[in-house]
Design a protein around this ligand. Sequence first.
Ligand SMILES: Nc1nc2c(ncn2[C@@H]2O[C@H](COP(=O)(O)OP(=O)(O)OP(=O)(O)O)[C@@H](O)[C@H]2O)c(=O)[nH]1
Ligand SMILES: [Mg+2]
Ligand SMILES: [Zn+2]
Length: 304
Amino acid sequence: MKGLIEGRIVAMHGGLIRVAAEGGILLCSARRNLKWEEGKPEAASLVVGDLVRVQMLQEGESVITGVLRRRNALLRQAPGGRRKAQVLAANVDLALLVFAARKPAPRQGLLDRFLVGCSVAEIEAVIVLNKIDQGTEEVERWLGIYDTLEIPIFPVSARTRRGIGALKRLLKEKTTLFCGPSGAGKSSLLNAIAPGLKLRTGALSESTEKGRHTTSRAELLSLPDGGFVIDTPGVREFGLWQLDPVRLQMAFPEIDERAMGCRFPNCSHSHEPGCSVQEAVEAGEIHPGRYRSYLKLLEEILEG
Ligand SMILES: Nc1nc2c(ncn2[C@@H]2O[C@H](COP(=O)(O)OP(=O)(O)OP(=O)(O)O)[C@@H](O)[C@H]2O)c(=O)[nH]1
Ligand SMILES: [Mg+2]
Ligand SMILES: [Zn+2]
């Protein structure tokens, strides 16, 4: 078909979609009846990172007509209790789970939810602990266990630039998703990595010590040394989408590896007798915070 080109969504502004294609940026609308080239996905709405087909019409008008198969997609349950999948980003190589060392206080439960989401989506994830200039004593009590789970931790400070070089190397030639709670410093880190980006950042609220949702929409940005990053708005809640107990267990490797020792093959590791997982928790071999995260997610699955 004449005038059909491929591009990648870099930002969505309501009905107007910015697409990087042929060395430039096109402002596009989307055809209502989009062609999902390899079947309609669960979250069939366009998202930053999507590879799309664009039809060039006359007078500079462009319309997205189709979407190429997503290599992966990070999904969550749409916030506000709606039973709907929401896609946070598609076609990424790596997810950076950005948390602050002290403020806003890092929540292990939220981190574990991101990790499960990435595990389900088969997206490699690393933890970025920002604002280490504010002190790491509190977070060290539980963060160290992720090391033993072989999830890399990058301690950094956008303010003092400690660890920024290591982050830069990590991002080379990849598409990397920056996600985490508001105020953790995602945009600040990106500015430290590539000052030319000039992203807006915002101080925490003095009363709640939380971020104020400064970044309001996801954006795909290109780095001067190669590679792409997606800056996203802060995530308040991360409800897992269509998680089942088997998938959940797989996302907790320290539980998965002990499950074989349980008396019942379908043990949920929550209350059953002869459960190797509960024994390991009691013996201090499984971190109580991780077990709490597992139980909380299991409860959500069972409540449906
Ligand atoms: N002390 C300290 N403050 C930092 C650091 N990085 C960011 N901040 C501050 O933390 C606040 C939030 O930073 P942002 O970069 O806007 O955070 P964000 O994660 O992009 O937040 P949202 O866009 O709301 O999701 C700003 O006041 C930053 O100056 C750091 O390494 N150390
Ligand atoms: Mg931001
Ligand atoms: Zn068990």
